[in-house]
Design a protein around this ligand. Structure first.
Ligand code: C2E
Ligand code: MG
Ligand code: MG
Length: 703
């Protein structure tokens, strides 16, 4: 898992509900506040404008009052007849005029709920104090003291409307709030009139209802949102669990291993610790699964997982089940030997695995203990010490290390025994090389970069050229001269070997044809055909068609099949051999005695040539015993009507010995290394000339 991907995943996994809830609450509180402020603002604005309207009336009354001094109309009477309650204060606050009813409070201030201060003053009413003064001297509404009146209100302005004409009544249910409005007169006195602010009760309640409804809706949305966040959180937990928990063992899976492993490695306190990343597999677990139910297989895995866990340091080391038969481990590894020691302890515990605890699996089975073989690949993570100081690991690259451990384990695959292998760079180089070869193989084939070398086979008696083996070489513009051991195994693995076999057969057939046409005395040339190819049912026909296309007589082509191939589908191989022979091709068994016992196959297969592997002549074995084995192998071949070729012969005494034993052909450095085509041609030329000379010599003797 890459660093950024890991960070994204962790962010998703650890994202807290609380932060989402807090953000939601803050958002909703802000919206609440905005709505409430808007409603209050609207209410205050309405009252403000009503007070303003009332002020305009009071201003007019004040003008009438001033004018009344210049006329003989008594203002007192006007006021009385219109229901005004008023009085006039001088600059010192002494009442100098007014009617008898004075409920105006001394408390007064400048009006301005919404639009700021005005040029008039508002005073409380001592009987009904709707208005109060805050500490800043501003008038504020005191709704708690508001009394609602069911009085009917007339449209004609001013005064309560009780007893008014029915036609002028527009509604019932007003809040009538008396207040005193003071208007400055020219002589520094203040004219103060009792005014009224009337709020329709229905308006007030509509506003209140909207206000409450909005708040309830908001609250509802907030609760809904919180429920959703909590639900989302638990869903996310379940999803991340799906990503991180192994279905079988209920422990860590591969992804969890990478995440948690990286966390362990990144801890500052672990910077100077040496770690081992281990890829542990159960050998032939598939076979076990084939003979048991999936539940039984799973129970084994659970048991193994539990045993491994018991052998790890809790919270400091890590285990994960990564695939059906594989586990990944991260453990502290002071030395390589310590890792080996822990592996063997683990093996002991695993081999003592008591299946009686493993659930229903062993029901009906009498065998309580089951032992498996385990193979482990290990990659070491060195302490992160830079310039003598331990430094917290940043980019741990656990995934990469784990892949290396897998590569290390793959080197053990040739055996089925328990074992442990440590990764080294060479393994990676091999993998890289295989990758490069795969990348270039087709291009190399198309551009004929593969060239045929011929290794002559000589008769040990006459030292005559009696045959040759075609051996491939790769002359690559990118990699230079590449011997077959560096690419043939890769082609065998990836299947490209069949194209190579075709290529070689075609080239050899063409060379042979050209040499024959040129009048040269050709000898049979053997071509290696891979075991993968032999499994193809029409192999014999493919070869016949290729050779016939060129027009080479079949007796000049021999097919070599490596000994190990005889362990594949025997019937298919026998079938191919028989058909090849029926078409006139010779067939040989290559590398006889190289490690696989193929004596049995000799019984079933009617082969023409037995090629004794170079191993017969190598090693420190007792020379006498060696001689017995070689001689008996040649005898065996003779009794089965097979010719023999000894491969890898480098010494003169070996040639002499083989000659004595009746070996038919020698292929080895003693006579010749594999040669490029033109050099091999010159050997054929030489042979022609030699034969010619011999003939001339005997002709001379006869005459
Ligand atoms: P092989 O078929 O057993 O070929 C014989 C190998 O032994 C050749 O190695 C040859 O160079 C080597 N050899 C022969 N005499 C001596 C000797 O006296 N001393 C030593 N040390 N070595 C000797 P080469 O050419 O490296 O080929 C290795 C293997 O690669 C071959 O073993 C064969 O299995 C495979 N191979 C080569 N060419 C082809 C091909 O065209 N097709 C296929 N399928 N496999 C091929
Ligand atoms: Mg060969
Ligand atoms: Mg060989």
């Amino acid at each position: 898992m890459s660093n950024t991907k890991e960070k994204k995943f962790l962010k998703l996994k650890n994202q807290h509900t609380w932060s989402s809830i807090v953000i939601s609450v803050i958002t909703f509180t802000i919206i609440f506040a905005i709505i409430n402020v808007a409603v209050i603002f609207f209410m205050l604005y309405s009252i403000d404008s009503k007070v303003d309207d009332e002020y305009k009336i009071v201003r007019q009354i004040a003008d009438i009052y001033l004018n009344s001094h210049n006329s003989d109309v008594s203002f007192e009477k006007i006021a009385e007849s219109n229901g005004y309650e008023y009085f006039v204060r001088d600059a010192d606050g002494t009442v100098i005029d007014g009617d008898s009813v004075n409920t105006c409070s001394e408390n007064g201030g400048e009006m301005g709920f919404v639009f700021g201060k005005r040029n008039y003053t508002v005073y409380e009413d001592t009987e009904e104090d709707y208005l109060v003064y805050d500490s800043a001297g501003m008038v504020v509404l005191n709704l708690r003291n508001m009394h609602w009146t069911e009085d009917q209100i007339a449209l004609d302005g001013g005064g309560t409307a009780a007893g008014k004409d029915d036609e002028t009544v527009i509604a019932t249910g007003y809040a009538d709030m008396p207040l005193w409005i003071g208007v400055p007169l020219n002589d520094n006195s203040t004219f103060i009139v009792k005014g009224h602010i009337r709020v329709r009760i229905s308006d007030f309640f509509v506003l209140l209802a909207i206000f409450i409804a909005m708040n309830i809706i908001m609250l509802f949305f907030l609760i809904f949102r919180i429920i959703r966040i909590v639900g989302e959180f638990s869903r996310r937990r379940k999803i991340t669990e799906l990503f991180l928990v192994d279905e079988v063992t209920r422990g860590n899976n591969r992804m969890a291993f990478m995440l948690k492993g990286n966390q362990i490695l990144r801890k500052s306190k672990n910077a100077d610790k040496r770690y081992a990343v281990m890829h542990l597999t159960i050998v032939k677990f598939r076979n076990f699964c084939m003979c048991h139910t999936p539940e039984e297989g799973n129970n084994i895995l659970v048991r193994i997982s539990a045993i491994i866990s018991q052998n790890l340091i809790p919270n400091e080391e890590l285990l994960a089940h990564v695939s059906s038969s594989s586990f990944a481990l991260l453990m502290e590894a002071p030395t390589d030997d310590a890792v080996r020691q822990r592996f063997s302890t683990l093996l002991e515990r695993l081999n003592d695995m008591d299946m009686r605890d493993a659930g229903p699996m062993m029901a009906g089975h009498t065998q309580a203990y089951r032992s498996f073989q385990f193979q482990a690949g290990v990659q070491i993570i060195e302490p992160n010490i830079i310039e003598g100081k331990k430094k917290k690991r940043k980019d741990t690259g656990l995934e990469h290390f784990y892949n290396n451990a897998v590569t290390a384990k793959s080197t053990l695959e040739s055996t089925a025994d328990s074992g442990i292998a440590f990764f080294d760079e060479k393994l990676l180089e091999d993998e890289r090389w295989a990758e490069m070869v795969e990348e270039y193989q087709q291009k190399a084939l198309d551009n004929e970069e593969f060239v045929v070398y011929y290794q002559p086979k000589y008769s040990p008696d006459t030292e005559e050229l009696v045959g040759a083996e075609a051996l491939i070489r790769w002359q690559s513009p990118e990699f230079g001269f590449v011997p077959p051991g560096r690419f043939i195994p890769i082609f065998e693995n990836n299947g490209f070997i069949t194209s190579i076999d075709h290529y070689m057969i075609c080239h050899v057939a063409r060379d042979q044809k050209n040499w024959l046409d040129a009048g040269m005395k050709c000898v049979p040339v053997s071509v290696n055909v891979s075991r993968a190819h032999f499994a193809e049912s029409d192999l014999a026909e493919q070869i016949r068609n290729m050779v016939d296309e060129v027009g080479t007589p079949h007796e000049f082509i021999e097919i070599e099949l490596t000994e190990s191939a005889f362990f594949d589908d025997k019937n298919a191989i026998i079938e191919s051999i028989e058909r090849l022979k029926s078409y006139g091709f010779s067939v040989s068994m290559d590398d006889f005695g190289s490690g696989y016992s193929s004596l049995n196959s000799l019984k079933d297969m009617d082969l023409d040539v037995l090629k004794l592997d170079a191993e017969f002549f190598r090693g420190d074995a007792d020379p006498e015993r060696k001689a017995v084995v070689i001689s008996e192998a040649i005898n065996l071949a003779k009794r089965l009507n097979m010719r023999t070729v000894a491969e890898g012969v480098e010494e003169k005494d070996e040639v002499d010995f083989l000659s004595e034993q009746g070996c038919d052909m020698i292929q080895g450095y003693y006579f010749s290394k594999p040669l490029p085509k033109d050099e091999y041609e010159s050997r054929m030329d030489k042979r022609e000339t030699d034969t010619q000379n011999d003939q001339n010599e005997s002709d001379k003797q006869l005459s």
